[in-house]
Design a protein around this ligand. Sequence first.
Ligand code: G6P
Length: 369
Amino acid sequence: EQIEKGGYPHFMLKEIYEQPQAIRDTFRGRMREHKGIIKMAGVDDHIDKFLNAKRLVILACGTSWHAGLVAEYIIEELVRVPVEVEYASEFRYRNPVIDKDDVVIAISQSGETADTMAAMKLAKENGAFVFGVCNVVGSSISREAHAGAYTHAGPEIGVASTKAFTTQITVLTLLGLKIAKAKGKISTSDFHMHLEELRLIPEKVEEALKNNEHVKKIAEVYKDASNCLYLGRGFNFPVALEGALKLKEISYIHAEGYPAAEMKHGPIALIDEQMPVVVIATRRGHYDKIVSNIQEIKSRKGKIIAIVTKGDVTVKELADHVIEVPEVMDSMSPLLTTIPLQLLSYHIAVMLGKNVDQPRNLAKSVTVE
Ligand code: G6P
């Protein structure tokens, strides 16, 4: 097992550090910049389904559901087609409205999650075209789907999902760009700009990982907290949910993720000097709005840990701690802002002596309902 961990103390840390390569492996062979195309056989073979779809319905559970939410924001923006993201377990039990004009995307790292499998079968029975986004090659969901795309993240052993999340977002970004191009919804220059940004992501993830020691120091300060709030807006709202999920999964600290603007409808009542609030405050995403959210937290003496764009000044003055990530287009920022949140949860859990790779009560793949 020590050999499998490749010198890292835990699989989770190894997998966090594998993300630059995993993302590269996900787009390698698919991005043909010089030709201005994205190659995805599962899409090419069924392009009519994607062109004619009245809406896309994403089905998933857990972290994969969070990747689905990011994809909703990305695909709606690029393709201008409605996207709905459903918990597979809710979808399957509520007689959903679904038919042949829908394209369903089932996202699952393991490809074995029972609820996702049952939900996609139901969608198929109702005539929908089902596209699988799985990591495990040959898994049940990948076989049950009409077509699909693998994430190529390599084996993920840690129960708390890390590289599966960022590679799912990568595949779904490629998918969004590909459909947008096929539908004529994106200009050639914009398409190239997106591909170029995506190509630079692995290096930027590497840069984000360099904050590890700094994040560890922040973890030391907040490891004894009993609650933690995570806030984000737009593309980074799902990242707030994912950050909170990571913390509760492995450290057992209660954490909630919220859209920052919803804070005033409830969570603000919880803020006092005991409450750490992690805010994703990158420069391109509704920056002014998030700055005013930060001011509201500060005036209630909450402790602010902000994820900011490199070189930020405004938030730095307000926050108790800032963690910088490289500049990137807004729609791709989840690929970077997620990194410090993974590290923060990891270090807190290690400091608390928890079983990081196999947290209590959780399983890597949930094959029961
Ligand atoms: C379990 C795992 C999570 C995962 C979820 C969905 O709860 O612990 O890490 O996100 O299942 O799994 P899937 O394999 O379908 O992505």
